[in-house]
Ligand binder design. Structure first.
Ligand code: GH3
Ligand code: MG
Ligand code: MG
Length: 552
């Protein structure tokens, strides 16, 4: 498989830039050889040669410069011999190895000159390997529900609160014809019709969820075998089924994986970046290890791809440093190095690396290794950061985002709004309709907020029946308008509990930065605005008064 013209052009550019730098590296290697010959034992000289040859071995191979990589590999082996010799080694042996290294550098001189005229082929995997899922159509999603025992009407009305249009069927055949004529986003079927589900899925790909009165192994096994995505016992709790429906009918593009590439070599970082970008990920290059901490906080990577040998400090040191910060203990780190020595690889893993890939790595292997680990971090992180009932960010995580957004706004300009929402007379909802009905309202509001705000907006469950939102790049006036629309739509939603229909509402307070300069100030201002909204009669959104600050 060959890359697109644009891509091979980009790689050719990386290759030329890399080749142009090599004479300087080779000079540096020659210089180290001279120092080593003059002083004998010299760790720094050996370190420098080791780094230069390993770089040649790995980077050159990745960029398709195979002969140069081969010489780099031979050089790396000679340096390893020199290191093993230590201070006890004989002078003759040392001189012999140094001569071999100089010869190797000489051959590299010739190869670098020649390589500028050749055009080796480097292939990349197809972008589809980790491409985001595709978007569908409008916001209403269609669900077909088939059950002979029709209390389906109630489920249908509950699902409609969550943005689903439900068509109910009592006959399996009628359902089948309808699915074939106009495929819905998902099908919910009673396990009495499990065989029909298998039949359906043989002709059309549609997610199938089962509802059942039976909880025995045989029935659950059958449901799995005919391709059921989920299994719910009756009576079905609406928000539980909604969670699964949301997941299987999700049409939003997932956020691309953020990958931090730590490498002193721009061409190597550029090449790996291109491979990952083509696979739908978002790579960012960090050349200066000193900026690592800032970058981890700002970029929030899902994974770090770490070069092993760098001039300022090693990948091992950086990994240890990352692991000493509690927040980043579970951040996956993959070493990428031309190091083929197993014991060195193992010792690298001991400092907390999650994987070790050897350069040059086939692009497909890089994409898979990175995607698998990044996905796992996403899942773990999501479990740690989210509230289990609503799936929104928890209190701590949301405030961390608020802190980060405020800091970034103070540094780079722009605007941030913080909004606190509180359900009105929620105690009465619980008292009148029961706690599960109250939960349904909480889930309903969470879902509406997720549906209506942008992917980049942060939504959290702030407390029991309080929610909070961080909106970026928006003025207080705009934020009030956006939240007020959501407020109006939420108040129009109807919920069902024990055959009774009811509705709910919320009030909200909005405060903005730079009006408010600290996290504490913005939280207090939003809280005061919320209090004012409650006081003014509830079911409304109010903005905080801009703080008046006195500068002496
Ligand atoms: P106000 O309009 O002044 O906010 O009145 P309110 O009744 O909403 O406020 P109050 O603080 O008196 O009551 C909040 C209620 O929210 C009490 C509590 O039982 C309920 N609540 C908190 N967390 C949950 C939850 O997770 N599920 C359910 N169902 N109810 C909850
Ligand atoms: Mg409250
Ligand atoms: Mg309340």
């Amino acid at each position: 498989m060959t890359g697109t013209p644009l891509l091979s052009e980009k790689i050719a550019r990386l290759r030329s830039a890399y080749l142009a730098k090599l004479p300087h590296s080779l000079d540096e290697a020659r210089h180290s050889c001279r120092e080593l010959a003059a002083t004998g034992e010299d760790d720094q000289g050996i370190e420098s040669l080791h780094r230069i040859f390993h770089n040649l071995k790995g980077t050159a191979a990745s960029l398709g410069l195979r002969e140069i990589s081969g010489e780099g590999s031979a050089g790396a082996e000679l340096v390893a011999q020199l290191r093993r010799l230590g201070s006890a080694g004989g002078q003759t042996r040392r001189a012999f190895i140094l001569t071999a290294i100089r010869a190797c550098i000489g051959r590299l001189d010739g190869l670098v000159g020649g390589a500028l005229t050749s055009a080796p082929d480097v292939s990349l995997p197809d972008a589809s390997a980790a491409a985001p899922r595709k978007d569908g159509s409008g916001p209403q999603r269609l669900v077909f529900y088939c059950d002979d025992d029709l209390d389906g009407g109630q489920l249908a009305s509950q699902l409609s609160c969550f943005g689903y249009t439900v068509t109910t069927f009592t006959e399996a055949d009628a359902l089948k014809f309808a699915v074939l004529a106009d495929p819905p986003d998902a099908v919910v079927i009673s396990t009495d019709h499990a065989d029909m589900a298998a039949d359906l899925r043989s002709v059309i790909t549609v997610p199938v969820l089962f509802v059942s009165e039976r909880s025995d192994f045989q029935m659950r096994l059958k449901a799995v075998q005919v391709g059921g995505e989920a299994y719910f016992l009756k009576p079905v709790v609406a928000h539980e089924i909604v969670d699964v429906l949301d997941a299987v009918t999700d049409r939003r593009e997932p956020e691309p994986f953020r990958i931090l590439i730590v490498d002193d070599e721009p061409e190597m970082a550029g090449y790996h970046g291109l491979i990952l970008e083509r696979a739908g990920m978002m790579p960012r290059w960090l050349a200066q290890p000193a900026n690592l901490l800032d970058e981890l906080v700002q970029f929030q990577p899902d994974l770090v791809l770490m070069d092993m040998y760098m001039p300022v400090c090693s990948g091992r040191d950086l990994s240890r440093l990352i692991r000493q910060i509690p927040q980043f203990v579970s951040l996956p780190i993959i070493f990428l190095s031309s190091e083929t020595d197993k014991s060195l690889q193992v010792s690298a893993m001991r400092v907390g690396a999650d994987g070790f890939l050897t350069k040059p790595i086939p692009p497909e292997d890089l994409v898979t290794a990175v995607a698998v680990r990044a996905e796992r971090t996403r899942v773990l992180r999501s479990l740690m950061m989210r509230d289990s009932l609503t799936g929104l960010l928890n209190h701590t995580t949301l405030l961390q985002f608020l802190d980060t957004s405020m800091a970034s706004t103070q540094r780079h300009g722009g605007q941030v709004c913080f909004i606190i929402l509180d359900l009105d007379h929620f105690k009465a909802v619980n008292d009148t309709h029961g706690h599960p009905a109250g939960d349904q309202v909480l889930v309903g509001l969470a879902r509406l907020l997720k549906q209506r705000l942008r992917n980049s907006d942060m939504i959290g469950r702030y407390g029991g029946e309080e929610f909070a939102v961080v909106l970026t790049d928006i003025s207080v006036g705009e934020a009030v308008r956006v939240m007020d629309e959501i407020r109006r739509d939420f108040a129009a939603l109807s919920f069902m509990a024990g055959g009774t229909e009811f509705s709910s509402s919320f009030s909200g307070g909005v405060a903005g930065c730079p009006d408010m300069r600290t996290t504490e100030a913005i939280i207090q201002a939003a809280d005061r605005a919320l209090y004012a909204a409650k006081h003014a009669g509830r079911n409304r959104i109010m903005a905080a008064e801009a703080a008046v600050e006195v500068h002496l």
